[in-house]
Design a protein around this ligand. Structure first.
Ligand code: URA
Ligand code: SF4
Length: 196
């Protein structure tokens, strides 16, 4: 392969640096810390949540509040630790008061997620909740009618996508918890068939 002087070589560190100084949307003015994401490098699975909440904003780390505790339990239930996966969000700064991210904020921030996917090369992407499920399915050429229609299903394309209910939504709507727990069983089975 020919190499060029102008080859752009991206890295996890470069993406984080760019996120940390980003002012592409107004969330940069109200956030405490950016939350680029964390976990192991180039793992088979990438989880994509929605946006940092109060504790994530304070600590600069993804899923460290109540939803994060539940996510940890779900991971443990299929024998995974946080270092076995990479966890990030579609929006890297906290929307004030935990409101939903806007289309503009998602459009401004999603290029960072695209770069993380390009660098981390996950075999399986698990979008959590309707915003990241819609974005990830669309990016890989699938449509989403509603989160309830796609959650727990396996979409096979350039990557394997398993959309799931958001853990915070499942904590709120208790009837979604068994569905989310079933989705993790689906993930466990798919992981067994996927080589690194
Ligand atoms: N909810 C999310 O979507 N992401 C987090 O990091 C925390 C809660
Ligand atoms: Fe930049 Fe994303 Fe933060 Fe907006 S949310 S300022 S696009 S890093």
């Amino acid at each position: 392969m020919q190499t060029s002087l102008f080859t752009f070589s991206d890295s996890r560190e470069k993406i984080e640096e760019d996120i940390n100084v980003c002012k592409k949307c107004a969330l940069s003015e109200t956030k405490t810390n950016t939350v680029p994401g964390e976990g192991g490098f180039r793992k088979k699975v990438m989880f994509v949540g929605e946006a940092p909440g109060k504790w994530e904003d304070i600590k600069g780390r993804p899923f460290v509040g109540a939803a994060g505790k539940y996510l940890d339990e779900l991971l443990q239930s299929i024998g995974l630790s946080r270092e076995d996966v990479f966890i990030t969000n579609i929006v890297k700064c906290r929307p004030p008061g935990n409101r939903d991210p806007t289309d503009e904020e998602i459009a401004a921030c999603s290029p960072y997620l695209d770069r993380q996917i390009a660098v981390m090369k996950p075999k399986i992407i698990v979008p959590l909740g309707r915003f990241s499920s819609g974005y990830i399915l669309n990016k890989f050429g699938f449509n989403m009618k509603s989160i309830s229609a796609v959650q727990g299903k396996v979409f096979r394309g350039d990557v394997i996508i398993i959309p799931m209910y958001h853990p915070a939504a499942a904590l709120y709507h208790g009837k979604w918890k068994p569905e989310l727990e079933r989705s993790f069983e689906v993930l466990k089975n798919v992981l067994e068939e996927v080589q690194v």
